[in-house]
Design a protein around this ligand. Structure first.
Ligand code: SF4
Length: 755
């Protein structure tokens, strides 16, 4: 494709976002549903249990699912309204083909014809330019079975190394840091361990808006006497109820962690026995943090010395604790260093792997955990296996029935896939449930790349902003139209249950992938007749890997309200076992196929690794031309690129448009009043939005939520600098300038009535 098939306005008029409302069956609370389906919310990584009310093949409402142990019936505003995405006017009911003559630039196409066309184009590109000319971008909101199938499809059917997923924008710094320190990438403790902690430390996590149910755990801990420490550039809602708030400058978290460790060492607030018995590398880290005196830490982080000392004292002297972090410390060009700095504090305290002594990263997307375990990452095979490891390749190749040499090697990350498109090395793209036009930094570059593609097919249930550029769109399935497992943020594998059938010509995504494989004449390995069959193969493929699901069955999940992996099916001698799952990693006696009794951590010697966590400034420092820091994030009523939530009326009305948060002192200096049209500008683009003058942000920082498209997209401004290890982009800090604008941008004014 080249340019858009129609003006963006016309595409939006035809395909939305339009708003769904509580109307008809969904308004009448007296309607008796045909059935209640126990399943989970489709949005964030907490995966709250919910019961969907179904009538006449429509989800018409919900009931709480009070027995599900994580949320006990509680839901946030998104969960309460998630049922409004079904039977939506924007739902794609047929395949679409790019057609500049058609309304909105796309004409309906019969499904078999669309599959034939896509296969023909893939065949043509691969014949002419080799298998690597095709790339796949997948999603972490898909069920684990689908993520497994996407990895298999790319490598075995398309024979391309070019597959990555949108968890690249979410969890990869946490994953890489956890692998380096613990040898495994999963929350170390279940959330119930928060409740009895003396100190709860939360860095870079706006939990009240992004992980709302976690707030309840933290508040319960506080009721029991816990001290809550929050580190953030903004006084987020959870920070308003904490005991100690550390207003860190964006991008300086590792400096703070090093400063705290410095004080722990100086005051001997260390668990020497734990460090000696269960870790390696402490001496090098201790030496490294010598320079991080309170004064030096204060200079770099912008946090007052006395607050740093107070935090160190509370953390250092606690007997029990829980440390959590999220994208605020991970979305950086040194995100992995930030994570390692946090883990060093936990290891030095010795408080991990036991009751009320915990550590976890807060997963963002619905299947942010399961979606990063079974092979859709560019360097990974199912079971958390390594695509570069010959033994791992041999195991998975055996399950797939191919010689290991037929498996491509490791590919490149999602952003690098776009750079390859830009260079003409990748010419065709298949995407599923990924909206990079909004969600990747430096939007203008991503748009240019999309315009360079020779062929682009998108699988989705709504026409997202990236799919505006597609040649063919295949109508996939909504969350409630399919079944499968996901793994929520604690590491608990849970089951999504199908509530309704796909409408019109829409298909379950795994069937679409298999139809494509068949049309390409490469159906071997893609002839599953049910999701359960895919799961059974995934279990075998994961067996013996770190993310071992082999002992998990749908029935076991249902009986136990979820099963924590690892959950093996055989003991070290190969005898079958009925393993209950592993809620608390690193607990004495817990399953560990790597250490095999040597210790709790997932290395052959069983010991965790301290890692020197080096501070480097953000990729783009402020200067005279761009004197302010921009940080981005979420609001409670919207989710990620807004493909779903910007289509739900009550959620849109709760926070109708993005605003630029700006401190009153800065606003005064710039002559900006609350509600004024204001332009934020970086070296990559500009964005004109209304100002929201708030005292809850650092005066040297502005904040824009990132859920909106086009001229409202915060990612017009963000920088594509990436962490060298995790390849996560630096969403959380770049340099901008801000000024009062004359009025709204032309496009924003025109699109306003639609939203
Ligand atoms: S968005 Fe997250 S917190 Fe809100 S109901 Fe859904 S899963 Fe729960």
């Amino acid at each position: 494709m080249a340019e858009l098939a129609a003006d963006r306005w016309q595409i939006i008029q035809r395909f939305g976002p339009h708003l769904s409302e509580m109307e008809g069956l969904r308004l009448d609370t007296g309607v008796e549903p045909d059935r209640l389906v126990k399943t989970h919310c489709c949005f964030c990584g907490q995966q709250c249990g919910i019961q969907l009310k179904v009538k006449a093949n429509q989800v018409i409402g919900f009931e709480p699912w009070e027995d599900f142990p994580f949320n006990r019936g509680m839901l946030c505003p998104k969960g309460v309204k998630r049922y409004l995405q079904g039977a939506h006017p924007d739902r794609l009911l047929t395949a679409l083909k790019r057609d500049p003559q058609a309304a909105g630039g796309f004409a309906p196409l019969a499904y078999p014809e669309a599959i034939r066309l896509v296969a023909e184009q893939i065949e043509r590109l691969q014949q002419a330019h080799g298998p690597e000319a095709m790339a796949v971008l997948s999603g972490a909101s898909l069920t684990t079975e689908k993520t497994y199938l996407m990895g298999k499809f790319a490598r075995m059917c398309l024979k391309t190394a070019n597959i990555d997923y949108n968890g690249r924008l979410c969890m990869v710094s946490a994953a890489a840091g956890n692998k380096k320190a613990f040898g495994i990438d999963r929350a170390a403790n279940p959330w119930s361990d928060i409740l009895g902690a003396e100190v709860v430390w939360i860095s870079g996590a706006n939990i009240a808006e992004c992980a709302p149910i976690t707030t309840n755990y933290v508040w319960q801990a506080r009721e029991h006497g816990a001290r809550i420490i929050i580190v953030d550039p903004r006084i987020t809602p959870i920070a308003r109820t904490c005991d100690l708030f550390l207003p860190v400058k964006p991008g300086r978290d590792v400096a703070l962690f090093n400063g705290i460790l410095h004080l722990m060492i100086q005051n001997d607030w260390l668990d020497h026995a734990f460090i000696q018995k269960h870790t390696v590398g402490f001496e090098a880290v201790a030496q490294h943090v010598e320079e991080w005196t309170p004064q030096h830490t204060a200079e770099v982080t912008g946090i007052a010395e006395k607050l740093i000392c107070q935090a160190a004292e509370w953390w250092g002297q606690a007997k029990s604790s829980f440390l959590m972090h999220a994208r605020g410390i991970e979305h950086h060009s040194h995100g992995v260093q930030n994570v390692l700095g946090a883990i060093n504090l936990v290891l030095a305290s010795g408080r991990i792997g036991r009751e009320n002594r915990g550590y976890a990263t807060i997963t963002g997307q619905a299947n942010g955990q399961g979606g990063r375990e079974h092979g859709q990452k560019c360097d990974q095979l199912p079971g958390g296996r390594d695509l570069a490891n010959p033994e791992h390749r041999a195991h998975v190749a055996r399950i797939w029935g191919i010689p290991p040499e037929e498996l491509p090697g490791p590919g490149v990350d999602a952003y690098e896939i776009f750079r390859k498109i830009d260079r003409g090395e990748i010419r065709g793209l298949l995407s599923i449930c990924f909206n990079p036009r909004i969600s990747l930094p430096d939007n203008a570059f991503i748009q240019r790349c999309l315009e360079k593609l020779e062929f682009y097919v998108a699988i989705d249930f709504f026409l997202n902003d990236t799919a505006h550029h597609a040649d063919v769109v295949l109508p996939g399935s909504l969350h409630e139209e399919d079944e499968g497992v996901v793994t929520q943020l604690e590491g608990r594998v849970i089951k999504i249950n199908q509530a309704v059938e796909c409408p019109g010509e829409a298909r379950q995504d795994w069937r679409i992938i298999q139809d494509l494989a068949a049309a390409l004449g490469r159906a071997r390995g893609f002839q599953f007749t049910s999701v359960r069959e895919i799961f059974d193969e995934l279990r075998r493929a994961s067996q013996g890997g770190i993310a071992d699901y082999s002992g998990i069955t749908y029935e076991k999940i249902e009986r136990a309200n979820g099963v924590f992996w690892p959950c093996p099916s055989a003991d070290p001698q190969g005898r079958p076992i009925d393993h209950p799952g592993t809620p608390r990693l690193f607990e004495p006696g817990s399953w560990n196929p790597i250490a095999r009794g040597q210790g709790p951590f997932y290395f052959p010697d069983g010991k965790a690794r301290f890692n020197v966590a080096a501070y480097t400034p953000p990729a783009e420092e402020v200067d005279e031309a761009y004197p302010l820091m921009l940080t981005t994030g979420r609001v409670v009523s919207q989710f990620l690129s807004g493909t779903q939530t910007r289509r739900i009326g009550p959620l849109v009305r709760q926070y109708p448009e993005p605003r630029i948060e700006i401190h009153p002192r800065l606003a005064r200096q710039l002559g900006i009043a609350d509600g004024d049209w204001t332009t934020a500008e970086s070296r990559r683009g500009s964005c004109t939005l209304r100002a929201q003058v708030v005292a809850t942000i650092r005066p040297d920082t502005v904040f824009i939520p990132y859920h909106w498209a086009g001229k409202k997209s915060a990612n017009q401004l963000t920088i594509s600098a990436q962490d060298p290890i995790s390849k996560i982009p630096e969403y959380k800090v770049c340099a901008v300038r801000v000024r009062k604008a004359a009025g709204p941008p032309a496009e924003a004014a025109r699109l306003e009535p639609q939203q």
